[in-house]
Write a protein that binds this ligand. Sequence first.
Ligand code: ZN
Ligand code: ZN
Length: 385
Amino acid sequence: MASTVGAVTDANAPDTAALYPATRLESARKAAADAGLDALLIAPGADLRYLTGYQALPLERLTCLVVPAAGDPFLVVPELEKAAALASPAGRLGIDISGFGETDDAYAMIARRLPANLRLFAVDNHMWAEKLLAFQAALPGAQAGLAGDVLSVLRMRKTPAEIEALRRAGAAIDRVHRRMGEWLKPGRTEREVAKDIADAILAAGHVTVDFVIVGSGPNGASPHHEVSDRVIRAGDPVVVDIGGTTADGYCSDSTRTYAVGEPPAAFRELYEVLLLAQTAQTGAVRPGITAQELDAVGRDIITSAGYGEHFIHRTGHGIGLETHEEPYIVAGSARALEPGMAFSVEPGIYLPGMFGARIEDIAVCTGDGGERLNLTGRDLVVLPA
Ligand code: ZN
Ligand code: ZN
């Protein structure tokens, strides 16, 4: 299994030039200028990778992409990281990459290269607090804001190359779900099953395991239960929500709920309602539908069947270089979906003390509808007990 998967991955080796086009820096500069920001300061993380293709290590030493609203972007890295930065996709962007030594003040170095009248700078939303405080000290006349407001708008509209990367990630996690019968058996603990799943996530074409949720029996009623030492019993429904990140940086996330042997009749009833809701929601994806409307498509079905109070979370979240990003599919969001947006559709019903169920696919809004990137069956899979 692993060897064929490896071959598939090689045949689809990520094309970083297509995935991380050089035009993004100019798009970010323009978005910053339009928002009245004088500069974006981007530390290691998904924003940096999105803008440059550089997957930098988050260290105590500063690595920072600087995108001035007026002027050329540049990257400041510790001298010992410079070779890695140049070898990364950032090295072919034609931007200045400057190293600093162990006794240099990288914050002052950046402040000197920014306009003296800098008023408003924005840092990426996940920059470490100690780095933000150091920037505030180095730029005493300026106010700090968040770059996420402008960058999330760019990131949520995926290019065809990004959709293709998400499609590869979706196919990889589907391969893991298809093997669930090998591991999910009565007498095994959730933790034992999760270990096998984690190994399979890597073997299927991911470079990291981001999460493994195995919620058996009553544990399935807690949406973000991870794993425990509970022993799976015959008749248990089991929620399995798993995801990882592929070599090109894109994430997978898919949930299927299994039954190990014949589950209680009450569970089958609940599952049929959930299946109806999730199927209706994935079928309703199209340009122009708002996030709150898409949420309501499933919530109305679940509520009509009497389970409304047990669907205790939003319908979904955007996905790309991070598992959770914009757009969020949630009540109260009037954001209209656009072609290229990718997000999860994952309604769930949770009966405390009994069991729970969730069905999750990643969906992409296309020009005239939606495409599911997870294609394993959605009917209840009853595994041998
Ligand atoms: Zn999800
Ligand atoms: Zn999930």
